[in-house]
Ligand binder design. Structure first.
Ligand code: NAX
Ligand code: K
Length: 547
């Protein structure tokens, strides 16, 4: 599934209208219809929860008896049929553009089901133009009641739900005037809100929410997912997102320049070529599945290394060698018998020493991946140390945690010189240090920033957080959907580093390893949450055990 920008969406709309010859009003009719269907579905769920369909059994019995002898059967349009329609009163907030037009079309379909609707125009209806004006006239001809905000009396307390069709992908900047007032009033009404396409007040590309922004329970996203719906805080404002087709062919998408995908099993398999079944050769042995070298851990943060190493093994590689300061050895020996340990010297207090670089370079010759960073800490001349690894290690590099902070401080930026792939796995704070911006700037557009950085530097970025973004050197990005807030726990990132390294060692390319690693990590977190019965109880080790 694609994730588009507002500009790409405009291009796709335009091509459908011009190249395919589908009139814009037809697309708007489809939009109105699918929005109405989702509102009906929501009302039905609400009715069922309220136990209002208690008499259904009796009805069904009668219908069965009547149909038993019938040769000819007719059924109503189920998607637009609602038993308790008379109990519903919806306000349709209508903006000036095509988003408002979608709302007007939806209002007509809703009225057909028996739901009472009132149109609330944010601007005088005379100011609507194009297809939106056609919809305005159709609604008026059908006799739908309408008020104009600021001119007529309006009481939001009298409705059972609100359709937000104020602003869509054509919005520019923070909602102004009547738009802002209606958004604020809708949010404070306590009523259920459904947004047409995107919540009004949301930046469709970045997920930034302007002040004010609609807080919807459901967003009926039209044709293609908009990037902003997958980025926070936009994700929270959108509520449950339903993507509905309106007649714009998916086959046009590649030409629109879209480069961002939702990370689903289908994308992993069909687009990225990942073998989801993870078949192993009957002839395979530990040497077949790759060997990870991990440089991680200090005396005070030995757990980070241990978690990474164990996660790598659980993710399927044949062997893991953990290179660590000598002082850690007595504490670690026996804690994970499957691991190989390599003493690389170090300081008296159990921290790393820059002199370890020659031993690491030697060790890396026999290994398929070097993962560096979890619990590494900082030490004297660490920037030189990392530069030597960068230049000298003849296999893919995965760089995490403190190693990212070291990298951010080096002036060594000869990224293109590496023959083998580099994967960086920053959280937003580390990403900010790498890119020389603030954490707030990273969060303002996680997808855009990760894509730009990965492409500029020819590396793969795994920007962690809710909906982790994987950005490739070729300029594509994948946005993850697995996982949950319970995974915000110490060590979860170390586990991910181990998993990605393990998949690389098993022969996946850097995009496959990063994307599949992130996806599996989230899935394992979900399984761990089910096993514990509560996401809050999860610790990083549970994620490893759930693999
Ligand atoms: N063919 C198409 O283009 C289709 C578009 N669709 C709908 O059309 C939407 C995009 O429509 P438009 O491009 O007309 O734009 P919008 O309907 O999103 O809104 C643009 C209008 O809102 C006003 N406006 C913009 N920013 C504002 C702000 N900050 N404060 C107050 N007023 C502001 C301006 O008057 C502008 O004309 C989509 O989100 C979707 O809902 C659908 O009807 C399907 C087909
Ligand atoms: K909207």
């Amino acid at each position: 599934m694609y994730l588009v920008t507002a500009e790409q969406m405009r291009w796709l709309d335009g091509e459908t209208i011009q190249r395919l010859g589908i009139p814009a009003i037809a697309l708007m009719e489809n939009a109105g219809r699918v929005i109405a269907e989702e509102i009906v579905a929501l009302c039905r769920r609400r009715g069922e929860e309220g136990g209002r369909n208690a008499a259904d059994g009796e009805d069904a019995g009668l219908k069965d008896a009547a149909l038993a002898g019938a040769a000819f059967q007719v059924s109503a349009d189920h998607a637009l049929t609602l038993d308790n329609a008379a109990a519903e009163r919806w306000l349709i907030l209508v903006g000036k553009g095509n988003n408002g037009g979608d709302g007007l079309a939806a209002a007509r379909y809703l009225r057909e089901t028996g739901i009472a609707v009132t149109l609330v125009y944010a601007v005088p209806p005379e100011s609507l133009s194009g297809e939106a004006a056609l919809q305005r006239d159709a609604a008026a001809a059908m006799g739908l009641p309408a008020v104009v905000y600021g001119r007529d009396r309006l009481d939001l307390a009298e409705c059972s739900g609100i359709l937000d069709a104020l602003l869509g992908t054509g919005a520019a900047g923070a909602p102004r005037g009547a738009y802002a007032e209606l958004i604020a009033a809708a949010n404070s009404s306590g009523k259920v809100i459904v947004s047409a396409d995107i919540p009004s007040g949301l930046n469709a590309d970045t997920g930034e929410t302007h002040e004010p922004c609609i807080h919807a329970s459901v967003t009926v996203c039209l044709a293609f997912l908009k990037r902003g719906l997958l980025q926070y805080p936009g994700s929270s404002a959108a509520g449950h997102v339903k993507v509905r087709a309106i007649g714009i062919p998916t086959s046009l998408a590649p030409e629109s320049g879209v480069q961002v995908y939702l990370l689903t099993p289908e994308v992993l398999h069909a687009h990225l070529g990942v073998d989801l079944a993870r078949r192993r050769s009957p002839e395979g042995h530990k040497g077949t599945y790759g060997h990870v070298l991990l440089a991680a851990g200090t005396l005070r943060m030995s757990g980070a290394g241990l978690l990474s190493a164990r996660a790598a093994l659980r993710a399927g590689c044949g062997l893991v060698t953990w290179a660590l300061p000598q002082k850690l050895l007595p504490a670690i020996i026996g804690s994970a018998p499957e691991l190989m340990l390599a003493d690389v010297g170090g300081n008296e207090d159990g921290t790393w020493h820059a002199g370890s670089v020659s031993e690491l370079l030697k060790l890396s010759k026999e290994r398929d991946v070097l993962a560096v960073g979890p619990g590494l800490g900082r030490f004297e001349s660490d920037t030189e140390w990392l530069r030597h690894l960068w230049e000298g290690v003849d296999c893919p590099l995965v760089i995490d945690a403190d190693a990212l902070n070291i990298l951010a401080e080096t002036d060594y930026k000869d990224w293109a010189s590496r023959r083998h792939p580099v994967i960086l796995t920053p959280h937003p704070g580390e990403m900010a240090r790498l890119a020389g911006v603030t954490t707030a700037e990273v969060k303002r557009d996680r997808i855009g920033l990760a894509m730009g950085y990965a492409k500029d530097h020819g590396i793969t970025i795994v920007l962690k957080g809710a909906h982790t973004v994987i950005a490739t050197p070729e300029g594509q990005a994948y946005v993850n959907t697995t996982g949950h807030p319970g995974m915000g726990t110490g060590g979860a990132g170390d586990v991910l580093t181990g998993m990605i390294s393990s998949l690389l060692a098993q022969g996946m390319n850097e995009t496959q390893a990063a994307a599949f690693g992130v996806y599996l990590h989230g899935l394992a977190g979900e399984r761990a949450a089910r096993q514990r019965n509560n996401p809050a109880a999860i610790i990083a080790g549970d994620i490893i055990e759930a693999l």
